[in-house]
Design a protein around this ligand. Structure first.
Ligand code: NZQ
Ligand code: ZN
Length: 387
């Protein structure tokens, strides 16, 4: 087990009706709120009205910035920073999924910073202060509601880059599983894949003596595998959503990765897909993760064997561990298909003509991954095998 430090400072407020408390919670940190949200799902579901009522009842002033797109854009972040400065906003409230939360995180650290907020993504600067940030989560997927990371797309150059600092962690996150009832099936499934991917990026390591976190990861994976079919069949299954929502946060607050060497190559490759083709992050991962696994498993049989046997109930073939490991990867891919996710680039309508460009961009800041270091040719081979 590696040495580690771990801090997850976000206060989680979980359960039915908890969004009604948002005004009361926000008031502890500010008096003038930026209400940040996406393309309108919160208006259609009626959540917007409940949030506004709660803010008003708490006597909070607020200003709105809507229009966050999936794969959130730098230009809107910059608009948000300007707005906050002009109106002396002292608290940001993100109501939505990973895209809204990440946009809000970037605004939160951008307001007190004199330079260009993109500096944090290029690592030219490190965020030192921020506006407090609250979240009302509407889709279990990114884990951004309690993660240390923030992923933004700079339209100039189609660069989808992330920054990871503890300062990014939201002050509080309200998580009511009932808010998931309105999610379309595709978003339900894409969210599930993303949660599983966050666990698998941590699970696939050669690190030894990490049994506890191995088991935590396996529990998280099995919880998603067992519960996502239930919410696909019945979007109002509160208990199944509660399991998924809780797993989504734990999958990415860092706890499952303590003491391990995490990988993250699949995420970095997927970010190239969503930067160029604007695909849903989870759907992109469903095509990349199995292709990555097939590319690296032979040199790292141990974690893939455990994955096959413990997560996918594969009977171990003692004569051929390779066959057992491969069967696990195959079952993951079949599962992604069974919940309606694409498993090839073709299904995502991504043609073969820009694979080289994506491989080049993905590795422009150095090789990817830790389980196996991946260079441009490796990434290209993975992309080709996902076609
Ligand atoms: O924009 P609206 O109208 O709200 O619609 C959204 C959006 O179209 C819709 N939606 C969300 N909640 C809904 C709903 N529709 C009906 N009912 C609801 N309750 O779902 C669509 C997708 O939303 P989005 O926020 O984009 O989804 P997700 O949470 O999957 O976030 C994806 C983004 O997060 C980043 C991804 O790269 C991507 O940009 N990630 C962020 C991470 C982090 N900060 O820790 C880690 C992840 O690995 C990931 O990279
Ligand atoms: Zn992800």
């Amino acid at each position: 087990m590696e040495n580690f430090q771990f801090l997850s400072s976000t206060r989680i407020i979980f359960g039915k009706g908890t969004e009604e408390k948002v005004g009361h919670e926000a008031k502890k940190y500010g008096s003038k709120v930026l209400l940040h949200y996406g393309g309108g799902s919160i208006r259609r579901s009626g959540l917007y009205d409940r949030i506004v009522r709660s803010l008003q009842e708490a006597g909070l002033e607020f200003l709105e910035l809507s229009g966050v797109k999936p794969n959130p854009r730098l230009s809107l972040v910059q608009e948000g920073i300007k707005l906050c400065r002009e109106h002396k906003i002292d608290f940001i409230l993100a109501v939505g999924g990973g895209s809204v939360i990440d946009s809000a995180k970037a605004i939160a650290v951008g307001v007190p910073y004199q330079g260009d907020v993109w500096d944090f993504f290029t690592k030219a600067a490190k965020p030192q202060e921020k506006l407090p940030l609250g979240v009302v989560l509407t889709i279990p997927a990114s884990g951004s509601e309690s993660s240390n990371s923030c992923v933004i797309t700079n339209e100039e150059g189609s660069l989808k880059w992330g920054m990871n600092y503890n300062i990014n962690r939201p002050t509080f996150a309200i998580m009511n599983p009932e808010l998931c009832y309105t999610l379309p099936p595709y978003q339900r499934a894409a969210g599930a894949v993303d949660i599983m991917a966050h666990i698998m990026e941590r699970y696939f390591t050669d690190e030894t003596h990490v049994e506890l976190t191995d088991r935590l990861c396996e529990a998280g994976l099995k919880t998603v595998i067992n519960n996502i079919p239930l919410v696909l069949a019945d979007p109002q299954n509160y208990d199944a959503w509660a399991e998924i929502m809780l797993t989504g946060s734990l999958a990415h607050n860092g706890q499952f990765g303590v003491g391990r060497v995490e990988d993250w190559a699949s995420h970095r490759i997927e970010h190239e897909l969503s930067a160029l083709y604007d695909v849903a992050h989870g759907a992109g991962l469903a095509t990349i993760f199995p292709a990555w696994a097939k590319y690296v498993y032979e040199k790292h049989l141990n974690p893939f064997l455990k994955f096959a046997v413990r997560v996918w109930n594969v009977d171990q073939d003692f004569a051929s561990p390779e066959r057992t490991a491969l069967e696990g990867i195959k079952r993951m891919k079949t599962f992604f298909s069974s919940i309606g996710m694409p498993v090839t680039l073709g299904e995502l309508k991504i043609p073969a003509d820009r694979l080289e460009e994506m491989a080049e961009k993905a590795t422009s800041r150095g090789p990817l991954g830790n389980l196996e270091k991946l260079y441009k040719e490796d990434v290209l081979a993975i992309l080709k095998s996902a076609l």
